[in-house]
Ligand binder design. Structure first.
Ligand SMILES: Nc1nc(=O)c2c([nH]1)NC[C@@H]1CN(c3ccc(C(=O)N[C@@H](CCC(=O)O)C(=O)O)cc3)C=[N+]21
Length: 292
């Protein structure tokens, strides 16, 4: 038996299509064009690639893209000044400051300087707190994309045993909040977890976000489980996930590939959040199906 492939690339393309339709309607009916600003500090080649593909996807759905590339030695004050300017720019509805930032910066201070209503990554304390307390929030893009794929595959997640491997602020914690809000029974595992294989064997849903190439093994997986691989690891054999795809696919019911799984969903959800932010700030109805 071999798992079904969850085609994140196709799902993301369909989502971008719906976003493009909604953007066109917003322009035609309200003369409003959503705008997304992406800020990259430094020259990390991988980050540079993501920023370029975000910009391209933004323009393709009819939004305005503003790219700010700053040298690695940029001071935190200069970055904060740029964020303040973008906060006050009416053409900018979403702001993404690419992480990680150079070591001389206080990442939390920079992120929390983003106006919450433009925080399309959902990384500010206010949006994290809103998500955790069940209030209307901007939801982090990668977990939102994973949730969309899980609901599409499983329908209701109520009562499912879900294991999130990884406790980062950008994936693990918000993923756990979203699963909990959908009434799954959620466990969050991490590097200090004892008996991860045993925990994993109980899970109907596994979301792997640990940053270790091919970490999750086939003999850890409950037969028929749904496995979402958030990992992006560059190895000698190319891009691989946090899941050992070849062994896990023999046991799982469904699995996301890397590439072509969660990654494209992250970018599509960034556009979804930008559209949602634009609708909210203009008092327009929020397009359906873009928020949890
Ligand atoms: N503030 C902030 N927000 C982010 O959302 C953010 C960030 N910083 N820093 C870097 C990570 C990484 N990230 C990815 C987005 C898309 C793919 C993606 O589309 N991946 C393709 C493959 C692309 C390739 O070949 O490298 C795929 O999985 O199919 C991957 C990774 C967003 N990030």
């Amino acid at each position: 038996m071999s798992a079904d492939l969850i085609d994140g690339k196709a799902f993301a393309a369909a989502l971008r299509g719906r976003i493009a339709t909604a953007v066109a309607a917003m322009k035609a009916d309200h003369s409003v064009t959503p705008g997304l600003a992406v800020v990259l500090v430094g020259e990390d080649p991988a980050s540079s690639v993501y920023v370029r593909s975000k910009g391209k996807a933004t323009v393709e759905v009819g939004m305005e893209s503003f790219e700010h590339r700053l040298p690695p030695e940029t001071s935190q004050d200069d970055l904060l000044a740029l964020v303040a300017r973008l906060n006050g720019d009416a053409k900018v509805n979403g702001i993404l400051v690419q992480l990680p930032l150079p070591k001389h910066m206080d990442e939390a201070a920079v992120i929390n300087a983003i106006a919450p209503e433009k925080d399309v990554d959902g990384f500010t304390v206010l949006n994290a707190g809103r998500l955790a307390t069940g209030q209307k929030a901007m939801v982090p893009c990668t977990p939102l994309g994973c949730l969309m794929l899980l609901r599409d595959r499983l329908g209701s997640l109520a009562g499912k045993d879900a294991l999130v491997i990884g406790r980062s602020n950008i994936v693990g914690k918000p993923m756990a909040q979203l699963l909990l809000a959908d009434s799954a029974t959620v466990t969050v595992a991490h590097s200090r977890t004892e008996d991860l294989p045993d925990l994993c064997r109980r899970a109907d849903i596994v979301v792997a976000a640990v940053g270790r190439a091919r970490f999750v093994q086939g003999d850890w997986i409950k037969p028929g489980a749904t496995v979402i691989d958030v990992g992006i690891n560059r190895t000698e054999d190319g891009l691989v996930g946090d899941v050992d795809f070849e062994s896990v696919r023999q046991v799982a019911g469904a699995i996301t590939p890397v590439p072509g799984g969660v990654g494209p969903m992250t970018i599509a959800c960034l556009l979804a959040n930008t559209l949602t932010a634009t609708a909210r700030v203009n008092g327009l109805p929020e397009p359906e199906g873009l928020t949890p």
